[in-house]
Design a protein around this ligand. Structure first.
Ligand SMILES: [Zn+2]
Length: 152
Protein backbone atom coordinates (compact mmCIF):
# COMPACT_ATOMS: atom_id res chain seq x y z
CA UNK A 1 0.00 0.00 0.00
CA UNK A 2 1.33 3.42 -0.96
CA UNK A 3 0.91 6.02 1.76
CA UNK A 4 0.39 9.65 0.91
CA UNK A 5 3.02 12.22 1.92
CA UNK A 6 1.97 14.30 4.90
CA UNK A 7 3.01 17.60 3.28
CA UNK A 8 1.44 17.29 -0.19
CA UNK A 9 -2.11 16.29 -1.02
CA UNK A 10 -1.56 14.09 -4.06
CA UNK A 11 -4.68 13.44 -6.15
CA UNK A 12 -6.48 10.15 -5.49
CA UNK A 13 -6.31 9.44 -9.23
CA UNK A 14 -2.51 9.66 -9.14
CA UNK A 15 -2.37 7.41 -6.08
CA UNK A 16 -4.53 4.81 -7.88
CA UNK A 17 -2.28 5.02 -10.94
CA UNK A 18 0.78 4.53 -8.72
CA UNK A 19 -0.83 1.52 -7.02
CA UNK A 20 -1.50 -0.08 -10.42
CA UNK A 21 2.05 0.62 -11.59
CA UNK A 22 3.51 -0.82 -8.36
CA UNK A 23 1.49 -4.05 -8.74
CA UNK A 24 2.59 -4.28 -12.37
CA UNK A 25 6.28 -3.77 -11.58
CA UNK A 26 6.09 -6.38 -8.82
CA UNK A 27 4.57 -9.00 -11.11
CA UNK A 28 6.13 -8.40 -14.54
CA UNK A 29 9.77 -9.41 -14.56
CA UNK A 30 10.67 -8.32 -18.08
CA UNK A 31 9.14 -5.93 -20.58
CA UNK A 32 10.04 -5.07 -24.15
CA UNK A 33 12.54 -2.23 -24.53
CA UNK A 34 10.90 0.86 -26.02
CA UNK A 35 13.84 1.31 -28.37
CA UNK A 36 14.90 -2.14 -29.63
CA UNK A 37 12.28 -4.56 -28.26
CA UNK A 38 14.72 -6.72 -26.28
CA UNK A 39 14.05 -7.58 -22.63
CA UNK A 40 14.15 -4.63 -20.22
CA UNK A 41 14.61 -5.51 -16.56
CA UNK A 42 13.92 -3.52 -13.42
CA UNK A 43 16.84 -1.19 -12.85
CA UNK A 44 16.06 1.52 -10.30
CA UNK A 45 13.33 3.49 -8.59
CA UNK A 46 12.99 7.24 -8.03
CA UNK A 47 10.45 9.28 -6.14
CA UNK A 48 7.65 10.82 -8.23
CA UNK A 49 8.39 14.28 -6.81
CA UNK A 50 12.07 14.09 -7.75
CA UNK A 51 12.95 16.85 -10.18
CA UNK A 52 16.07 18.24 -11.78
CA UNK A 53 16.15 20.73 -8.88
CA UNK A 54 18.06 19.14 -6.01
CA UNK A 55 18.73 22.43 -4.21
CA UNK A 56 17.54 23.09 -0.64
CA UNK A 57 13.85 23.93 -0.76
CA UNK A 58 13.12 21.39 -3.49
CA UNK A 59 9.78 19.60 -3.08
CA UNK A 60 9.73 16.85 -0.43
CA UNK A 61 9.57 13.21 -1.52
CA UNK A 62 6.09 11.99 -2.36
CA UNK A 63 6.50 8.34 -1.41
CA UNK A 64 5.23 7.42 -4.89
CA UNK A 65 7.72 5.08 -6.58
CA UNK A 66 8.58 5.45 -10.26
CA UNK A 67 10.32 2.31 -11.49
CA UNK A 68 12.88 2.35 -14.28
CA UNK A 69 13.91 -0.54 -16.52
CA UNK A 70 17.15 -1.04 -18.42
CA UNK A 71 17.37 -2.88 -21.71
CA UNK A 72 19.56 -5.97 -21.67
CA UNK A 73 20.66 -5.26 -25.26
CA UNK A 74 20.92 -1.52 -25.98
CA UNK A 75 21.07 -0.38 -22.30
CA UNK A 76 18.29 2.18 -22.79
CA UNK A 77 16.86 3.22 -19.42
CA UNK A 78 13.24 4.29 -19.26
CA UNK A 79 10.04 4.10 -17.27
CA UNK A 80 6.52 2.98 -18.11
CA UNK A 81 5.06 4.95 -15.20
CA UNK A 82 3.86 7.78 -17.42
CA UNK A 83 2.62 5.61 -20.30
CA UNK A 84 -1.02 6.20 -21.03
CA UNK A 85 -1.34 9.44 -19.08
CA UNK A 86 -3.84 11.82 -20.60
CA UNK A 87 -2.90 15.38 -21.49
CA UNK A 88 -4.89 16.56 -18.46
CA UNK A 89 -2.95 14.20 -16.15
CA UNK A 90 0.39 15.37 -17.61
CA UNK A 91 -0.42 19.03 -17.16
CA UNK A 92 -1.91 18.46 -13.71
CA UNK A 93 0.56 16.00 -12.20
CA UNK A 94 3.83 16.81 -13.93
CA UNK A 95 4.14 19.89 -16.12
CA UNK A 96 1.96 22.30 -14.15
CA UNK A 97 2.31 25.97 -13.23
CA UNK A 98 4.20 25.17 -10.00
CA UNK A 99 6.75 23.17 -12.00
CA UNK A 100 7.21 25.96 -14.55
CA UNK A 101 7.49 28.73 -11.99
CA UNK A 102 9.53 27.17 -9.21
CA UNK A 103 11.42 24.15 -10.58
CA UNK A 104 12.19 24.76 -14.24
CA UNK A 105 11.37 28.25 -15.52
CA UNK A 106 13.44 27.64 -18.69
CA UNK A 107 11.32 24.62 -19.65
CA UNK A 108 8.62 26.33 -21.68
CA UNK A 109 10.67 28.37 -24.12
CA UNK A 110 14.25 29.25 -23.20
CA UNK A 111 15.72 25.72 -23.19
CA UNK A 112 13.79 24.40 -26.23
CA UNK A 113 14.98 27.41 -28.27
CA UNK A 114 18.57 26.93 -27.05
CA UNK A 115 18.42 23.16 -27.70
CA UNK A 116 17.15 23.73 -31.23
CA UNK A 117 20.05 26.10 -31.81
CA UNK A 118 22.54 23.51 -30.57
CA UNK A 119 21.04 20.78 -32.78
CA UNK A 120 21.09 23.13 -35.77
CA UNK A 121 24.74 23.98 -35.12
CA UNK A 122 25.64 20.27 -34.76
CA UNK A 123 23.93 19.42 -38.06
CA UNK A 124 25.83 22.25 -39.67
CA UNK A 125 22.80 23.69 -41.45
CA UNK A 126 22.10 20.56 -43.50
CA UNK A 127 18.40 20.89 -42.81
CA UNK A 128 17.19 18.86 -45.77
CA UNK A 129 19.63 15.99 -45.11
CA UNK A 130 18.20 15.11 -41.70
CA UNK A 131 14.94 13.71 -40.43
CA UNK A 132 14.46 13.83 -36.67
CA UNK A 133 12.41 12.29 -33.89
CA UNK A 134 11.95 14.26 -30.69
CA UNK A 135 11.77 11.41 -28.17
CA UNK A 136 10.75 12.43 -24.66
CA UNK A 137 10.83 16.03 -25.80
CA UNK A 138 8.61 17.42 -23.08
CA UNK A 139 6.29 20.06 -24.50
CA UNK A 140 7.50 19.55 -28.09
CA UNK A 141 8.85 23.09 -28.42
CA UNK A 142 12.34 21.96 -29.50
CA UNK A 143 10.78 20.06 -32.40
CA UNK A 144 8.64 23.08 -33.30
CA UNK A 145 11.68 25.36 -33.35
CA UNK A 146 13.54 22.88 -35.55
CA UNK A 147 10.57 22.59 -37.88
CA UNK A 148 10.52 26.39 -38.16
CA UNK A 149 14.20 26.18 -39.18
CA UNK A 150 13.26 23.78 -41.98
CA UNK A 151 13.92 20.40 -40.38
CA UNK A 152 11.58 17.44 -40.83
ZN1 LIG B 1 16.85 -1.87 -26.11
Amino acid sequence: MIEQSASVDWPAELMMHAQQRLRHEQTVRREACKVCGADAELFDVLDFARTCDVQPGAPPASGIPVYYRRCTRCRFIGTNFFDGLTRRQWTSWVYNDAYYSSIDPAYREIRPRANAGVVDAMLNDHTSDWRGLDYGGGNGETARYLQAMGYD
